[in-house]
Design a protein around this ligand. Sequence first.
Ligand SMILES: [Zn+2]
Length: 257
Amino acid sequence: MNDVRPPNAPWRALNPVEAAGGYLSYYYSDDISPLPVRWVTKPRDNKSDPNLETCTYGLFSTCSPNMRSGLVQNKATHIFFFTRRNSERQLAGYYRVGWYAIGPQGPRDYCLAADKSHFVQFPISLRSIDARLSTNFSRWFRGLRRTTEKETKQLVVLLDEQPDVRQKYLDEIDRLERFNLKHGGFRYIGWRRSVPFSWDEAIRYLSAPATIATSVPNSSPTDKWQCSHCGHVVQNKALLKQCPACDRLGTLRPSVS
Ligand SMILES: [Zn+2]
């Protein structure tokens, strides 16, 4: 089988620049999980990123397009993933980004792959990080902000103090997917998807050329999307990369009715 894991094609080396620092990036975590894994059970919007199965971001989902394109353009080194738990923002882990690839959603749709990932059992509140590092991460920002080179190195050291528990996250993601399967008939209900994410699955997403010249909006006023190929209408809050009816990639557009 064609191996599409990095560093193989179509992945390209990012060659990140330390002076470019990193990105703090928000993700939705699952409120029925003791670990801050992505929100697999989010109603009508099951989340696939951060995708720890493949240590990628934006390969399967259309989340955070501005973070992904900004990181590639600036050659930033790390993504720090934070989420909301117990009414406060908490840092759960990071990717050190090694590669990027062009996705099917238009010219600025980049998929990112880590050459190292590190996720911790006990996420650290941004407020307590500020107290320790004299940073201002707990000051309000929307969902994305840059970190300086110095802050980037400090955050890596802080998270590295705890062991990496990626396997526990993977076990928990599987448990939540089986919860969806039991109660909604699929592991990813809006996607009509019954199997876990894996590199085998990634081949389809990576072999689809960027078919559209302009970026597609990744929100719809109706939370509905229509496939430009087969006409199927999907209800899901976030834009899906793949049409659940005909399996084509990059064909869903916001539906106004
Ligand atoms: Zn379709």
